[in-house]
Design a protein around this ligand. Structure first.
Ligand code: ADP
Ligand code: ADP
Ligand code: ZN
Length: 214
């Protein structure tokens, strides 16, 4: 199964991806995670990406396409993959389609998760992430058992540099202007499913499973 998770920042893409990869045994490919890993390791790619990410702007298309397609060539993507946060522009989507066609593949389903702006703000500002394993929490909606500590690995929880009010507002604007046109793009392709993301995460997951089939 070749899948895309689409939706604004804070819609719950990462949260659902964590459940989906367990159930469907496919790898999650998060371009944001790849960039953050590179920033942490101080690579050239990380340095380039960081200036855009800190402002809540999109990293330039060519850079993103290069890292995403390189990742898709890895062995674990043979039997399917779950793209989380890529593509984010129509140009990226077109390049992805070209790349997949060249390899005899296609996107099977795009899951478009919708949540309104006020809720997105609350989710993103309260988001905490594990420094060691990347698990995601929310200070109110999904608090860890012990404050500041990851339930699954004991790692330290931190707040992403771009999860502050100003940057979050910009990211939502950027989503609306640059990423939302993808809904039309995939609507035309006829492989998009719309998911209400404003309900409890188990219910969101159940809806996704019902769309994809057990
Ligand atoms: P995205 O990957 O789309 O940016 P995340 O999965 O990181 O979003 O979720 C953003 C924040 O919202 C996290 O703090 C997460 O714990 C919380 N969250 C995710 N799904 C839900 C939900 N269905 N209801 C309430 N909070 C949620
Ligand atoms: P979220 O879904 O919570 O907004 P991500 O982790 O997916 O966050 O992305 C964080 C940042 O990484 C984005 O704001 C952007 O700067 C950069 N980024 C990630 N994926 C892409 C992409 N496909 N195109 C351009 N920039 C990207
Ligand atoms: Zn952890």
């Amino acid at each position: 199964m070749n899948l895309i998770l689409l939706g604004p920042p804070g819609a719950g893409k990462g949260t659902q991806a964590a459940r989906m990869i367990e159930k469907y045994k496919i790898p999650q490919i998060s371009t944001g995670d790849i960039f953050r890993k590179n920033i942490k390791e101080g690579t050239e790619l990380g340095k380039k990406a960081q200036e855009y990410m800190n402002k809540g702007e999109l990293v330039p298309d060519d850079l993103v396409i290069e890292i995403a397609t390189t990742r898709l060539l890895e062995d674990d993507c043979k039997n399917g993959f779950l793209l989380d946060g890529f593509p984010r522009t129509v140009y990226q989507a077109e390049k992805l389609d070209e790349f997949l066609a060249k390899h005899g593949k296609k996107i099977d389903k795009v899951l478009d998760i919708a949540v309104e702006k006020e809720e997105l703000m609350t989710r993103l500002i309260g988001r905490r992430v594990c420094r060691s394993c990347g698990a995601t929490y929310h200070i109110v909606n999904m608090p860890p058992k012990k404050e500041g500590v990851c339930d699954s690995c004991g790692g330290e929880l931190y707040q992403r540099a771009d999860d502050n009010k100003e940057t979050v507002e910009n990211r939502i604007d950027v989503y609306n202007s640059q990423t939302k046109p993808l809904v039309d793009y995939y609507e035309k392709a006829g492989n998009i499913a719309h998911i209400d993301g404003a309900i409890g995460l188990e219910n969101v997951f159940a809806h996704i499973v019902s769309v994809l089939g057990a």
